[in-house]
Design a binder for this molecule. Structure first.
Ligand code: ATP
Length: 508
């Protein structure tokens, strides 16, 4: 992970937010390559979920899947979050350290104890995984006890008088767990009155439920159909960690797919399978990607099924971390908003109900059930970065980012082999043509500096799938070399075939 993070900073994928001020915990920015990578990921989601859902696959009803987008706001009426359950229930238990003022998520705190389990009256050492505290505390614990093992803080009886908190010196400074609401709040408007307190959304999904009726009334959608939304969400995570994986500000891409209750389970299975295929299609195709069906006791009370698409990140290894949750939400959200707002959110389905003598159907009024594939774009981008990172010591520059061509931020590069004999002029012409065609999907680079080997190496690190080089032969036979990032192999092709070649490879 350290190597990936260092490449991400060096090549401008990910930077700490407010880096020149020392950073701010839980917030990350994207540099030029990272911003385009994320845009490509968002666009791929938008295309394959909204504009041409499921690549034109037919749903379980035998018809093409229909979806429309909305763009809803980060701040909504505060009652939204009471109705959704976030004001009352979106809490994590946390413990505070009275000595360092550190705050930790209770279920993330582990403790090093002697391997035998019996510490006598000696203190034991708490830490949070993947934080600097882990190795520091381990060293201290091993000095005190020799061999150690780690147990969850929750397995140690309270009060924790002998527990030394992660960054603390003295034992007994951890408070008992208290619930902590994960929503950021703010007061819009000039009057700082408690009654005006609003929240920054912790998920984009609620915006869809709020506009469900307006969408039905203003467009020609008919059940079953989906409404998708991408955008920034905020969660005041107690212990942001693992790079961008658990941040306090992140981007989600969520679809709410509304269907008749009788058909909801089939749609749930359909979306679960498609989402797995989708992540595979953009390059996460290996044993690092799994679909995990939740056990019955993990499900929310209203859900009849939830699955997570999970990726094995270097920092979760050998375990997996969630990229996306696909949940059957029943009609919970529409029921709640109907109750709390007083608005009627039922759908009138003209294609259901008994057949009338005039040949039409009587119709049926109901609250649709909802299947929600909820993906995280920052976690998706991070999984793509981890999967792409490849080390090949046999290559002159051993670090290669093997992005899927659709997601790669740099799509192609054009080089003159040397800066003479008319090569730069020909290369610039080719560059203009390629850029004119592909700039809408990513960077097209022109590079004439340094040795050709160094230029290839730079492109490998940036994950550029194809480099085209104009050389001495070009002027005579109008061919260039194309070099493949993944194999390093080079072949010749006619210069006027380059755009067509890229169209095929990039799928645009
Ligand atoms: P976790 O259990 O890891 O906190 P969650 O189950 O609460 O995640 P959901 O509410 O299902 O997450 O949100 C949907 C998606 O949003 C997640 O699969 C993830 O990709 C993304 N996401 C949620 N919280 C964060 C976060 N703090 N940082 C980055 N992405 C997040």
């Amino acid at each position: 992970m350290d190597a990936i993070m260092s490449l991400c900073k060096r090549r401008g994928f990910i930077f700490q937010a407010s880096d020149i001020y020392g950073g701010i915990n839980g917030f990350w920015d994207y540099g030029p390559l990272g911003a385009q990578l994320k845009k490509n990921l968002r666009e791929a989601w938008w295309q394959d979920m909204i504009m041409n859902p499921c690549w034109g696959r037919k749903g379980p009803n035998g018809r093409r899947v229909e979806c429309v987008p909305v763009e809803t706001r980060i701040i909504q009426h505060p009652k939204v979050w009471e109705a959704s359950g976030h004001v009352g229930g979106f809490n994590d238990p946390m413990v505070d350290c009275k000595e360092t003022k550190g705050r930790y998520r209770y279920d993330h705190v582990m403790v090093f104890v002697p391997e035998s389990g019996d510490a006598g009256d000696k203190p034991v050492f708490a830490y949070v995984g993947d934080q600097p505290s882990e190795s520091k505390q381990k060293k201290k614990a091993e000095k005190t006890f020799g061999a150690v093992k780690s147990v969850a803080l929750s397995s140690i009886p309270q009060p924790w008088t002998r527990v030394i908190a992660p960054e603390a010196e003295k034992p007994g400074t951890l408070t008992e767990p208290r619930m902590f609401n994960l929503m950021f709040d703010t007061i819009p408007g000039a009057i700082k009155d408690e009654a005006n307190r609003a929240y920054l959304r912790p998920e984009t999904a609620q915006g869809v439920f709020l506009q469900f009726k307006n969408v039905v009334d203003s467009s020609r959608v008919k059940i079953p159909f989906g409404i998708g939304n991408t955008g920034t969400s905020f969660r005041n995570e107690v212990t942001p960690r693992n790079y961008t994986f658990r941040s306090r500000e992140f981007e989600q891409a969520e679809l709410e797919f509304f269907c008749h209750p009788d058909e909801s389970f089939k749609w749930y299975e359909f979306w679960r399978d498609f989402r797995m295929d989708w992540w595979k299609s953009i390059g996460l195709a290996g044993e690092n990607l799994i679909l995990r069906e939740h056990a019955k006791d993990e499900l929310s009370h209203y859900s009849v099924g939830t699955s997570d698409v999970e990726y094995r990140f270097p920092f979760t290894f050998p375990e997996f971390g969630e990229l996306e949750g696909i949940a059957h939400r029943g009609n919970y959200d529409l029921t709640q908003h109907q109750k709390h707002s007083g608005a009627k959110l039922e759908y009138f389905d003209q294609e259901r109900g008994e057949l009338l003598p005039n040949g039409s159907k009587r119709g049926e009024r109901y609250l649709p059930h909802c299947i929600e594939p909820a993906a995280g774009l920052d976690r998706g981008a991070l999984a793509i970065l981890c999967e792409a990172y490849t080390k090949d010591e046999s290559r002159p520059s051993p670090e290669i980012m093997k992005f899927h061509p659709r997601i790669a931020p740099i799509k192609a590069a054009v080089f003159p082999l040397v800066n003479k004999d008319g090569m730069p002029e020909i290369a610039e012409k080719l560059y203009d043509a390629v850029r004119a065609r592909f700039a809408k999907v990513g960077f097209v680079e022109f590079d004439e500096k340094q040795s050709i080997g160094k230029r290839y190496a730079r492109m490998d690190e940036g994950g550029c799938p194809f480099c085209f080089t104009v050389d001495g032969q070009t002027a005579t036979d109008q061919t260039v070399t194309v070099r493949d990032r993944d194999t390093g192999a080079q072949s010749r092709m006619a210069m006027d075939q380059v755009v067509k070649f890229l169209e095929d490879k990039l799928g645009v």
